[in-house]
Design a binder for this molecule. Structure first.
Ligand SMILES: [Zn+2]
Length: 172
């Protein structure tokens, strides 16, 4: 690595530190020529390709702020949002790709957000999937309901409208 001050062709590593979640390593370096010190950060390259074709570096902060917006007024602690963003980043990095479509980033957020808060999920999905009618919301809510049934949720917890004489919801 060239020295950024005098362009000397070599530098010496004097300290290495892996960051908290192990996703990057910081190296403190010193130039043997001018003795000045500088820091390099090494991490696996991960870029997001936006719909416009613009490529920008992946940012966990952006996920946090997007999810936080969707969670406004909901009982979701910041810790949970930070964990979600970390999980999303890990799952995207686990694909091994250096470039990921913004669409895939959105998809990777939807699953865990649904587990976190269904209202926030609907808000996020409505923006991300560009809902433009009540029917779009209805379809998304039906998917949520179907998911609850699969998870063995108690039918009494679901507001599925009028109930037949035998106690089963008329909608089923
Ligand atoms: Zn130097």
């Amino acid at each position: 690595m060239h020295c950024p001050f005098c362009r000397h062709k070599d530098s010496r590593v004097i300290d290495s530190r892996v960051n908290e979640d192990g996703s990057a390593i910081r190296r403190r370096r010193q130039c043997p020529e001018c003795d000045r010190r500088f820091t390099t950060i090494e991490s696996a390259s991960l870029s997001v390709v936006k719909r416009s074709g613009v490529i920008e570096p992946f940012s966990r902060e952006k996920i946090v702020s997007g999810v936080r917006k969707a969670c406004q007024g909901r009982p979701v602690p910041d810790d949970a949002i930070a964990l979600l963003a970390q999980g999303v980043e890990e799952s995207l990095r686990a694909t091994g790709s250096a470039e990921i479509d913004s669409h895939e980033v959105g998809l990777a957020i939807l699953g865990p957000l649904r587990e976190l808060d269904e209202i926030a999920y609907l808000r996020f999905a409505s923006v991300y999937q560009a809902f433009d009618s009540l029917e779009d919301f209805e379809a998304a809510i039906n998917v949520l309901r179907a998911g609850r049934l699969e998870n063995g949720a108690d039918l009494d917890d679901l507001d599925l409208g009028p109930v037949d004489e035998d106690g089963s919801p008329t909608l089923l």
